[in-house]
Unconditional design. Structure first.
Lengths: 170, 430
């Protein structure tokens, strides 16, 4: 996310179903790529390769429940972030993916009604601290869970690496 | 106030008398495990600007995902990790040919004990709850933070208790039980929860079988899972470590968000199979009809242990693997490999037509050593059957017990072991 900004505005680029697992987001065959930026080339490679090409910086991905279930592979969160995704909004998240996203500075928002309340192309405004999503295209609010204070703190720092860096300097 | 196992361990590790669900605590980590993704951890660690890891004796690194190296890129990764491990003085390092699958090597070498807080850069780190430890998967950057500080924040999970009554019938294993439970609760049925398995059917299980339960609790979203710390476990652990082995149990009036009772004898009366492409898409074997099998895989952190190789050897003994089917066998560790050699299980499997892969993750992660082509169908004792997990996105993976995998390899289609084994069933108690 752009340097700790907790208010985001962007366009929904994909609306996916339930249980989008980490193999779908980033297939195991590419796990030996350890340059975070390069992981973006394989985002959704097996099942939705078209999403990657359609993404503009700051776009949102919306999904149903249990997004990112499965493996602990951090490349799943890295691929989304470096492909330009500004935030993932889902009904619920696999817990390791959720933490990975926060640690890499990729905003994740829990909003069970987002999938029903968003269509591809909708413009949204998200307030991460307050847990609010406003669908500007549909002119309606979507209920979202406020992030834990610890997560807001990490996102505000831009992720765990800058957070720890700053802490070491202080 | 009474606490569950997860609450007790987090309270201890956070230096608090008590914790309650949803509380966020910072806890000291007792053990930090990584495999090949230690390279990602290393990169984040250096990016943070850290120079030395907080405690090299608490870090364990085990190569398993791509061994021996299947590509130049992996070879370079292995090399970078070897150099880092040497520079940091991390002596608990299991290189190619020295260990095997991390979740087998860790307990086998006495690294995990009851009451410990264990984190690993692998989702199936949850397996170590079978040793009474609070063990959970984290990502690489988060691990870099642990390498720097030796501590991590946790949200105290709510706890489920799964009480399993009755007993497992012949040809019904821990794998069938946990697949049944995942089918019942769903792939997110235990999201963020601590799961305690207990009851007479659980206490009768071997340590290896308990590991199957805690391992697969990941596939219903659990953060940690536990089986009881009892004499069976303590007997297993004593020869492995000179360290004092503590014990841990939930308080009698600990609070559980949900208590689920299962009568194994009645509800899980036959082998269970997770059908493509979800681990919670579980059906009893008898309902599946004719499913032709191209490849059968026996191995993984879920089911590659000695008892798994033993039952497979018993099923295929005197039979030949079906001509249309490949049977790929992967012992979970070097130690298991040697024991299985010594006991003749591998001789039996190879004589029947199996191929033996080196101890490691093998094709489970979809990298090498048994990748599936489009249109192929696999029955596997592993833990995930997601789209494209083991190869082509147009391949199909059915998850089942080692006995069903072996029987299906012989039959060339999904098969019940009883339809293959000619022995007197009274002698076949498993």
């Amino acid at each position: 996310m752009p340097d700790g900004n907790l208010k985001l505005r962007g366009v929904v680029r994909a609306v996916l179903g339930d249980h989008v697992d980490t193999d779908i987001i980033y297939p195991g065959r590419y796990l030996n790529i350890t340059d975070r930026e390069k992981t973006a080339e394989h985002l959704f490679a097996l099942s939705y390769p078209e999403i990657r090409g359609s993404l503009a910086a700051g776009d949102f991905v919306v999904a149903g429940k249990n997004f990112g279930c499965g493996s602990s592979r951090e490349q799943a969160a890295a691929a989304l972030k470096f492909a330009g995704v500004g935030a993932v909004i889902a009904g619920s998240f696999g817990r390791i993916f959720f933490r990975n996203a926060i640690n890499l500075g990729l905003p994740v928002v829990i909003a069970p009604e987002a999938r029903a309340g968003c269509a591809v192309g909708d413009q949204l405004e998200i307030d991460l601290g307050a847990g609010e999503i406003r669908n500007l295209t549909g002119n309606r609010s979507i209920l979202a869970a406020a992030l834990d204070r610890k997560c807001v703190e990490l996102l505000a720092a831009g992720g765990l690496i800058p957070y720890l860096k700053a802490k070491r300097v202080a | 106030m009474a606490m569950t196992i997860a609450e007790k361990i987090l309270a201890r590790a956070a230096g608090l008398h008590q914790v309650v669900p949803d509380q966020v605590v910072t806890a000291r980590v007792d053990l930090a495990m990584s495999h090949e993704n230690a390279d990602l951890v290393r990169k984040s660690f250096l990016e943070i600007g850290a120079l030395r890891v907080w405690d090299p004796t608490r870090i364990v690194i085990i190569f398993d995902h791509r061994i021996p190296a299947e590509s130049e890129r992996t070879a370079a990764t292995h090399k970078a990790i070897r150099e880092f491990v040497a520079a940091q003085g991390i002596s608990n390092f299991y290189d190619v040919g020295r260990g095997g699958i991390c979740h087998q090597v860790l307990p086998e070498n006495g690294h995990v004990r009851p009451g410990m807080l264990v984190v690993g850069t692998d989702s199936h780190t949850i397996t170590h709850g079978a040793f009474g430890s609070f063990a959970t998967g984290i990502g690489a950057t988060e691990m870099a933070g642990v390498w720097c500080e030796g501590a991590l924040w946790f949200k105290v999970p709510h706890s489920f208790r799964i009480d399993v009554q009755g007993q497992l019938e012949q040809w019904v294993s821990a794998k069938d039980l946990i697949l049944y439970i995942i089918g019942k609760l769903g792939a997110d049925g235990a999201d963020y929860r601590a799961v305690e398995f207990d009851g007479p059917a659980i206490r009768r299980l071997s340590v290896a079988s308990r590991m199957v339960l805690t391992n697969l609790a990941m596939e219903m979203g659990a953060k940690v899972a536990f089986t009881p710390v009892d004499e069976e476990l303590l007997e297993y652990l004593r020869p492995l470590t000179p360290q004092k082995i503590g014990s841990i149990a939930p308080d009698r009036d600990a609070h559980y968000e949900r208590i689920i009772t299962i009568d194994a004898s009645r509800e899980v009366s036959e082998p269970q199979v997770a059908c493509p492409h979800a681990v919670d898409n579980v059906r009893p074997l008898s309902e599946l009809g004719e499913v032709a099998i191209d490849q059968a895989v026996l191995g993984s952190c879920t089911n590659g242990r000695l008892e798994d190789l033993e039952v497979a050897a018993r099923v295929v003994a005197g039979n030949t693997i079906c001509e249309r089917t490949r049977l790929v066998v992967i012992p979970a560790s070097q130690q298991i490999y040697r024991e299985a050699l010594h006991l003749g299980y591998l001789e039996t499997l190879v004589a029947a037509g199996a191929i033996i892969n080196p101890p490691g993750c093998g094709p489970c992660v979809g990298v090498h050593q048994g990748i599936l082509a489009a249109g192929e169908t696999c029955v596997s004792s592993t833990n995930r059957n997601f789209v494209g997990r083991m190869g082509s996105k147009d391949s199909q993976v059915y998850l089942a017990s080692p006995a069903v995998v072996a029987a299906s390899a012989v039959a060339g289609r999904l098969a019940h072991p009883a339809s293959i084994v000619q022995e007197d069933p009274c002698l076949m108690e498993i």
